[in-house]
Design a protein around this ligand. Structure first.
Ligand code: S3P
Length: 429
């Protein structure tokens, strides 16, 4: 679908973005592992969490969904019983990687398949450690889906230092480790999102500045009955849009504020954004609150590579903020971006090209020359079927002088099905 986006002079209003995608997917998978009923409130309607829910059902849980409430009757770790020899993870890397851990732990033999984008993303990062735990994984060219996951030998608990700061890899190994008699330990030097540790209540020690997270059969899997907060990564589009469009004020309600996710908030504040937080509270094991953003004059920033894991999904929209900041901004140490739903460094570069932006592409990031007065007529954007590129392009389009076009705009539904309606609502203010 090609979406036309008209210029907007300001954005105003209150919205509640969809439920957190990472937490929704974990809630479904952990509820499968829990022996008993979980009532998950505000489960995300987006495509990725729905793919995960279908997989959880095919692994033997009974799932009932009524509006945004999902009831999962889990069978416990030993009750996992694949009802199909194939699980379709759609576009979701989180589903494929976390479920691989569950399959290896439970010793189930299943094919994991995905859409063309997911089938082009490397799974080597999970294959090697899972094989060292006793699994046997067949993959196209040794690293791509479809994956056939099986384990006939006894599970071998491991100590594994993460070679990249990836929460999907961390969670995959910990989920397999939950089935071991002795603990599997994952060692993390650069912290990544910690929803798995929080929602499973895992032991975390800090040794020599590194986080050591353990999982074994001794961990009781908690009931996953809680309300999922709105997705900070979805709110991110409005944080930038509200900052760069004049006379704007947007209130984002009940948004997840887990500090391992809110890197963009700190970055925008350093850039001079006008953002405040109200009603801070806990939603289950996760902090949440309302975020209010008002227009502001942004200035440039040179990102510390250490913050990249805490804003990795927000870099496409941050690039739009950098376009309208005073001075030259730098994103570096972000090579991981090349391994997302698409090569996002390339895709950001193409997005900036579409409006004549001034930037330099590097192997691990971008240097972006900002200009608060930057003007362009309109853009023809290719989203590369990547939800976050489609939504970042939409925000950039609002700054054009005439209508812009976004190709494969329907991809927004992977994480944010109501994005286009929310945009219309804020434009009408
Ligand atoms: C996610 C972790 C991140 C993130 C992805 C969701 C998760 O990926 O980019 O959108 O739910 O754990 P990596 O762990 O591969 O960095």
């Amino acid at each position: 679908m090609i979406k036309k986006v008209a210029p907007a002079f300001s954005l105003n209003g209150t919205i509640t973005p969809p439920a957190d995608k990472s937490i929704s997917q974990r809630a479904a998978i952990f509820a499968l592992l829990h022996d008993g009923k979980s009532v998950i409130k505000n489960y995300s309607p987006a495509e990725d969490p729905q793919s995960t829910l279908s997989c959880v059902e095919l692994l033997g849980a009974s799932v009932t969904q009524l509006d945004d409430v999902v009831v999962v009757e889990g069978r416990g770790r030993y009750g996992i019983q694949p009802l199909s020899d194939e699980l379709d993870c759609g576009n979701s890397g989180t589903a494929m990687r976390l479920l691989s851990g569950v399959l290896v732990g439970s010793g189930s033999s299943v094919y994991l398949i995905g859409d063309p984008s997911l089938s082009a993303r490397t799974m080597k990062r999970i294959i090697d450690p899972l094989e060292s735990m006793g699994a046997h994984i067949l993959a196209r060219n040794g690293m791509f889906a479809p994956l056939f996951v099986t384990r006939e030998d006894p599970l071998i608990p491991i100590e594994f230092e993460l070679p990249i700061p990836s929460a999907q890899l961390k969670s995959c190994i910990l989920l397999a480790g939950l089935f071991g008699e002795t603990p599997t330990k994952v060692i993390e030097t650069v912290p990544s999102r910690d929803h798995t540790e929080r929602l499973l209540n895992l032991d975390v020690e800090v040794v020599d500045g590194k986080r050591v997270i353990s999982a074994s059969l001794n961990n009781k899997i908690p009931n996953q009955s809680y309300t999922i907060p709105a997705d900070f990564s979805a709110a991110a589009f409005w944080l930038v849009a509200g900052s760069i469009l004049p006379d704007s004020e947007i209130r984002l309600e009940n948004v997840g504020l887990n500090p391992t996710r809110t890197g963009l908030l700190d970055i925008l504040l350093k850039m001079g954004a006008d953002i405040t937080i109200e009603n801070k509270h806990e939603e289950g094991a996760e902090p949440a609150g309302d975020i209010i953003v008002k227009s502001a004059q942004l200035r440039n920033i040179d990102l510390d590579p250490k913050v990249i894991p805490n804003c990795i999904d927000e870099l496409p929209i941050l690039a739009v903020a950098m376009m309208y900041a005073q001075g030259t901004s730098i994103i570096s140490g972000a090579e991981e971006l090349r391994h997302k739903e698409t090569d996002r460094i390339m895709a950001i570069a193409k997005m900036l090209d579409a409006v004549g932006g001034v930037y330099e592409e590097m192997e691990d990031g971008l240097v972006i020359r900002g200009n608060p007065e930057f003007e362009f007529e309109s853009g023809e954007f290719d989203s590369f079927h990547d939800h976050r590129i489609a939504m970042a392009s939409a925000v950039l389009s609002l700054k054009g002088k005439s209508d812009s076009e976004i190709e494969s705009a329907e991809s927004a539904a992977v994480s944010y099905p109501s994005f286009w309606d929310d945009l219309d609502g804020l434009v009408e203010g």
